[in-house]
Design a protein around this ligand. Structure first.
Ligand code: SF4
Length: 329
């Protein structure tokens, strides 16, 4: 009998800055501009080096959106030798490639030109759609406007960037809103074919935030959303859940394809109270399914050549590295 496959990516998480122009009602990641709000270059390089030694293949650059709009940020970044966070990000993506790890950047809202600039040093990129609904939790976050987010995802499609997006559940949206969000992702993929995976992520309430007392989505509700995603989206789009936030073992049966980026080295800086499961635990979560390691660029985009030719040798090498590792899992 052929077992189904559940994939994951071995990554390191590099939050280049915790400064952000937005004020989302559920966030505990963002900090004011203050000492320590920028990850030092030495720390980035140490993480990349140690991650490479542990076999990590993905450098996840996720950080606050347009921090330059926060007073004092540019002056704090300048001594590092960079004018903008994207200058810094681009340089650190190059470092990641030097260390033998494929960059995947999620920097929040970017323009077409900014994505075009980062594309040559990223194997894939991402932006959570979160929801197409206008919700109070996003009232003070201009980057969370659904139209702005959908427009950026469309630009990523025009640029042929393999793209990760997703829904954040429990932030004030309804089941109908979730359906609308999935339909919007389906329509974008129909036009551009660039959505490689969607994350179905449950919001986790953080003390001291406006949504601290909000109810969390139940496992049944998450399962219903996963099933809806499988019904609505094109079959090639992988449905991912974060195994550190969710009863992943129970949800696998609802149609999950992927367990996302899991790190043997770095924490989940967005949900630091939730440690990543170890590899052995991932196997338990996958149950009867075959656990397979993947890169942050899905095979069909490698076949289509949707990446800068400069990354070809590294992609080839890492694809050969994860293949035998997967058969041993
Ligand atoms: S955009 Fe991200 S980092 Fe910024 S406030 Fe919202 S959740 Fe926090």
């Amino acid at each position: 009998m052929q077992h189904r496959t559940i994939t994951f990516s071995r990554n390191v998480f590099l939050p280049l800055t915790t400064a952000c122009r937005n004020r989302c009602g559920y966030c505990c990641f963002r900090t004011p501009v203050q000492e320590g709000c920028i990850m030092a270059q030495a720390e980035v390089e140490k993480t990349l080096k140690n991650g490479a030694a542990l076999g990590c293949t993905e450098a996840l650059f996720t950080f606050g959106e347009r921090p330059e709009e926060e007073p004092g940020f540019s002056a704090m970044l300048a001594p590092l030798g960079y004018a903008t966070i994207l200058d810094y990000c681009e340089a650190m993506c190059r470092k990641a490639i030097e260390f033998g790890i494929l960059p995947h950047t999620n920097a929040g809202i970017l323009t077409y030109e900014e994505m075009e600039r980062l594309r040559p040093v990223n194997a894939s990129m991402g932006l959570m759609l979160e929801t197409t609904a206008e919700i109070p939790a996003h009232a003070t976050s201009k980057g969370k406007s659904p139209d702005v987010r959908l427009a950026m995802m469309e630009d990523a499609g025009k640029l042929k960037i393999p793209f990760t997006t997703g829904l954040l559940l429990g932030i004030g949206e309804t089941m109908t809103d979730r359906e609308d969000s999935l339909l919007a992702i389906r329509d974008l993929h129909r036009r551009y074919g660039h959505i490689q995976e969607i994350i179905i992520q449950n919001f986790c309430p953080k003390p001291g935030t406006p949504l601290a007392q909000s109810p969390v989505p139940t496992t049944d509700e998450i399962c219903a959303t996963i099933r809806m995603a499988k019904d609505i989206l094109q079959p090639e789009i992988a449905v991912q859940i974060p195994p550190n936030l969710i009863d992943a073992g129970r949800l696998i049966a609802c149609g999950v394809d992927d367990l996302g980026g899991v790190s043997p080295l770095t924490i989940d800086y967005v949900n630091p109270e939730h440690p990543w499961p170890a590899l052995e635990e991932l196997k338990t979560i996958a149950g009867n399914a075959h656990l397979v390691e993947r890169l942050c660029i899905y095979p069909r985009y490698i076949e289509r050549g949707w990446f800068d030719p400069g990354m070809q040798p590294l992609i080839n090498r890492l694809a050969q590295t994860v293949q035998p590792r997967s058969s041993g899992l």
